[in-house]
Design a protein around this ligand. Structure first.
Ligand SMILES: Nc1ncnc2c1ncn2[C@@H]1O[C@H](COP(=O)(O)OP(=O)(O)OP(=O)(O)O)[C@@H](O)[C@H]1O
Length: 846
């Protein structure tokens, strides 16, 4: 353990590679320096000047070669290794203000048991010995320090002291951290530009993958003031939580906070103070209230707060507002009233910047299960990190996360081959890539057996001990003792209890959680919130926060909240296409089916007995030509729609999460359209190739003369496959569950059969004919019908002179029919985009 703020929590390791000692930097914030040069990995020898955090005055790690023999040398040199490892596995220090947990109030006499933490079976050595005591909330009488000007505390802000308590520091927040000191100082000089970025040539190097290589620069204006300018960064530069325009600039005063990646900067005189968010942030919610249309409150005045490194569990009966609370805390659906404070900064007001520090693991997995762990993380990293990160940098971060979550032995396995608990770890790993400080999980242990439940909860305990705040909504009560704080929601969306988990049952006066939940069920109208607010626990753990009056939420304008797009549109599209192709390629059965299905449909159509195929019979009419077209068109419709009908619904959770991290809606949709479009066009070619290939066709086509008549006939079938695929996407974005797609697919296909115009005459039927214009099969059969001259082959039996104008044997009509078919496809695209919006976090809808 090296006690220096410039040294990261996991900074570097020194290891013996069999030949020499090697120091490796683990993506530390302030870097590792050998002989004054920032390094990633380097061999070191006794006497090497190795500094952590700063090239000159950072803590020095030295190898001492006390003896001459090689063996003895190794033993000596092991010291730094032990040190580095120790640094990574330190339990959180006991706070000086540690309090004994209060005696349980109310009906039941206190039966407080010290928490019984099982030592972990494997992994997570960070298990705090007594986490509840170590992180017990500061009782109200502990004087709270007030935050700095924009909520960020700092030594230069004593003037911000406010009378009384509750002015911003949450109850339970450690007063130690309210007085946070800067991680580093940088001297600004007039006339000199200080450029910030990830690249080593910057004056101020921020080793953070969220930061662009050349991110922003500070420079002095001629009148002696300082200005920050964004250098077209991928993830944005923020002033007081608001994004600067790309390549925009702003004057900076002493009260302003500049945010770049995980670092924030503040000007003090001509000195720049840098605070690095290493994850250790306090977090609190104040008076959170959510009102839905009709005025009903589904979340009522929820207040709680926790210091850094806390693990908080939220439990409550079904419908008690847990998901609503999670959405309010993450900003997915901001509350109507109240505040969420992140390190004393208002999350809603500074959403654009702070949203990047939040990781959310939804209940369903957010990875494509067909991919291997490593491949899935690679695509996720590509989408989430700035475009200028190298594959090597991303790989290094993935390795780091895999190691941290003990997944490195599983990295080459497909996610489907992992156990439920391991799969959850992979979802957590994905969220950890960008080093969030706050991690929210929605029922991570649902569906897991008790052993895995414990495994996942211990994982979360470890994440919190490593310096993050973790909040988990759970149905499982078996492992609550691992948490620092427990929030119990009552029916109706109010707080029934907040405090140490081991005191909760006593608080309710029951022996088991089943009894508590039964009481919630049986006494739904009881004033659980009133009981909580009248308790000593409330005084101890929440009254402090509640003392500040509730505020209405005024969210910044939509464009100021949108997440930055770490990658450009084209790069996102390319990554999404590649990911989708990887997913398809990993499923050999699906690929085989994609070829077999159209082949079978094409072959089946050849069973229709017809002497003349698509040519006129000697007498003129040839009704079987219409039947052949009908079967081929319906086959293309089925194949196209079946390809896409489950595509969006099965990925909905992934889309929702990725959208919140900057995914472009149109790039996502376009990736589906391109890949599925190519597949269906290919399938259309197979159907048409077999279906028309084995038939007599007219001698002359309309477009290509006599040489490519079969292609001319197949093109409408291919385009029909494409448009049907787009219809399938509409169904996929419309439904709530994947099961509902099947009946809709069947309905779609049957309707297409009816409206081909091959079963009965559509032309001349007022209303029905116009309605048929909305059907892709109508236009596809019409286009092929112009080539085959369907008016002649399949005339109106009542009146052969009454021809269908859509089937006119003319090039112009072929073009119109094809144009209408493709226009329908494009219209479907617009509709899908609108429908996708409904499945996005509320803050992303624009
Ligand atoms: N947009 C909305 N409009 C109206 N009512 C809503 C809306 N969203 C949620 N509700 C209602 O609010 C209540 C709380 O819902 P929420 O999903 O937050 O509960 P929950 O505790 O997460 O439940 P579960 O454990 O079953 O997931 C429910 O009664 C739900 O029907």
């Amino acid at each position: 353990m090296i006690d220096d703020a410039r040294v990261s929590w996991r900074h570097a390791t020194v290891s013996w590679n069999g030949r020499s000692w090697v120091i490796e930097d683990h993506g530390s914030t302030n870097g590792t320096y050998v002989q004054g040069q920032r390094i990633h990995q380097m061999e070191i020898v006794p006497g090497s000047a190795v500094h952590l955090g700063n090239a000159t005055d950072g803590p020095r790690v030295s190898l001492t070669d006390a003896t001459a023999g090689a063996g003895a040398y190794s033993a000596q040199a092991a010291a730094p290794q032990a040190q580095a490892q120790q640094a990574a596995h330190q339990a959180p220090p006991q706070q000086p203000w540690q309090q004994q947990a209060p005696a349980a109030p109310q009906q039941v006499p206190p039966q407080h048991q010290p928490p019984q933490h099982q030592p972990p079976q494997q992994g997570w050595p960070h298990q705090a010995q007594q986490p509840h005591q170590a992180q017990a909330a500061a009782p109200p009488h502990v004087p709270h320090q007030q935050p700095g000007p924009a909520g960020r505390p700092g030594p230069a802000a004593p003037q911000a002291q406010a009378p009384g308590h509750g002015g911003g520091v949450p109850a339970g927040a450690s007063p130690v951290h309210a007085e946070r000191s800067p991680t580093t100082f940088h001297q600004l000089a007039l006339g000199r530009v200080m450029r910030i970025g990830r690249a080593l040539e910057n004056e101020l190097v921020v080793s953070d993958l969220q930061v662009s290589r050349h991110h922003a620069e500070f420079h002095a204006t001629p009148d002696g003031r300082f200005e920050i300018r964004d250098l077209g960064s991928h993830n944005g530069t923020y002033v007081n939580g608001q994004p600067l325009a790309k390549s925009g600039s702003a004057l900076i005063g002493p009260n302003d906070i500049v945010g770049v990646g995980h670092s924030t900067f503040r000007l003090v005189g001509d000195r720049l103070e840098e605070f690095v968010d290493t994850g250790e942030v306090s977090f609190s919610a104040r008076h959170l209230t959510v009102t839905v249309d009709g005025g009903k409150q589904i979340l009522k005045d929820v207040s709680f707060g926790v210091p850094e490194k806390s693990l908080v569990a939220v439990i409550g009966p079904s419908g008690s507002g847990k998901s609503t609370l999670l959405k309010a805390l993450t900003g997915y659906r901001p509350a109507n009233q109240g505040d969420v404070l992140y390190d004393n900064r208002n999350l809603y007001k500074q959403f654009a910047e702070l949203r990047q520090r939040i990781g959310l693991v939804p209940q369903d997995d957010i990875l494509h299960k067909e991919l291997t762990v490593r491949t899935a993380l690679r695509y996720a990293a590509k989408l989430r990190f700035p475009a200028d990160t190298t594959a090597q940098e991303r790989e290094a971060r993935i390795d780091e996360v895999l190691r941290e979550l003990k997944l490195d032995i599983h990295k080459t396995k497909k996610i489907t081959a992992l156990s439920g608990g391991q799969r959850k770890r992979v979802s957590v790993a994905l969220e950890l890539l960008t080093k969030p400080s706050l991690i929210f999980l929605d029922e991570p242990t649902s569906g897991l057996d008790p052993g895995m439940d414990r495994d996942v909860m211990q994982l979360l305990r470890g994440l919190a001990d490593d310096g993050r705040t973790v909040l988990v909504v759970t149905h499982s009560v078996a492992e609550l003792a691992l948490c620092d704080k427990l929030l119990v929601m009552a029916p109706g969306g109010s707080v029934a209890y907040f405090g140490p988990p081991e005191e909760a049952l006593n608080f309710f006066g029951y022996d088991t959680w089943a009894d508590v939940f039964s009481a919630f069920e049986n006494y739904r109208d009881y004033d659980w919130a009133g009981r909580w607010k009248g308790s000593q626990h409330y005084q101890m753990y929440a009254a402090d926060i509640d003392a500040v009056a509730a505020q209405s939420v005024q969210m910044p304008p939509a464009q100021a909240m949108r997440p930055p797009k770490p990658q450009g549109w084209g790069a996102q599209l390319w990554t999404l296409i590649r990911r989708y192709l990887s997913v398809i390629a990993s499923d050999k059965g699906f690929m085989a089916l994609m070829v077999i299905l159209p082949a079978v449909l094409g072959v089946v159509s050849t069973l229709i007995s017809s002497n003349y195929g698509l040519r006129p019979s000697p007498r003129g009419p040839n009704g079987s030509a219409a039947t052949i077209l009908l079967i081929l068109a319906v086959g293309a419709c089925f194949a196209g729609a079946a390809n896409s009908v489950r595509e969006l619904i099965k990925e909905r959770v992934i889309y929702e999460r990725e959208r919140a991290t900057g995914l472009s809606r149109s790039a996502y949709l376009m990736s589906k359209v391109i890949v599925l479009g190519l597949i269906t066009i290919l399938q259309g070619a197979i159907i048409g190739g077999i279906g028309f290939g084995m038939r007599e066709v007219p001698d002359e086509g309309l477009l290509f003369g006599s040489s490519l008549v079969r292609l001319e006939l197949s093109l409408p079938i291919m385009a029909l496959g494409f448009t049907a695929m787009m219809f399938g996407l509409i169904i996929s974005s419309l439904v709530k569950t994947a099961e509902k797609t099947m009946p809709l697919l069947v309905m779609f296909a049957i309707i297409q059969v009816v409206f081909t115009g091959c079963l009965f005459t559509l032309h001349g039927q007022v209303g029905v004919n116009e309605f048929s214009y909305l059907m892709p099969s109508r236009w596809a059969v019409a286009a092929a019908g112009t080539t085959a001259d369907l008016n002649r082959l399949f005339p109106n039996q009542d009146d052969p002179t009454d021809t269908d104008p859509l089937w006119d044997h003319e090039v112009g009509q072929w073009m119109v029919d094809m144009g209408a078919l493709l226009a329908l496809g494009a219209l479907c695209g617009v509709i899908v985009a609108r429908l996708l919006r409904r499945h996005e976090p509320e803050v992303m809808r624009k």
